[in-house]
Design a protein. Structure first.
Length: 105
């Protein structure tokens, strides 16, 4: 199961499947005062980022088991570089807990 992913403000926490389907969403009471469209965009961005993190983890696991790029290509799993871009888009210049692979990029 994926690790929870928290918004930069800390008011939203999501857990998703590897493909971004939310399995749990927790909202801080303050978030309920946010404009619905803004809240939806933030939840969607977190779900997408959570999925990308899970896919990078899956890619690493499969690579460690000896699967090559030819076998991985049809799975269309997110790459480390794509994850870095997605994390920067969601978190910008704020402090966040990077994906465990951040030190190995």
């Amino acid at each position: 199961m994926n690790q929870p992913l928290q918004s930069p403000s800390g008011g939203i926490v999501v857990v998703t499947t590897e493909r971004g389907l939310p399995t749990a969403i927790k909202l801080d009471r303050h978030q309920l005062k946010t404009a619905p469209a803004h809240l939806a965009r933030e939840i969607l961005a977190l779900c997408q980022l959570s999925a990308k993190r899970a896919q990078v983890t899956r890619r690493r696991e499969l690579t460690a088991r000896g699967f090559g790029s030819t076998a991985l290509a049809p799975l269309k799993l997110t790459t480390e570089a794509e994850l870095a871009v997605a994390e920067a888009e969601v978190f910008g210049g704020t402090e966040f807990e990077p994906h465990p692979s951040a030190g190995t990029r």
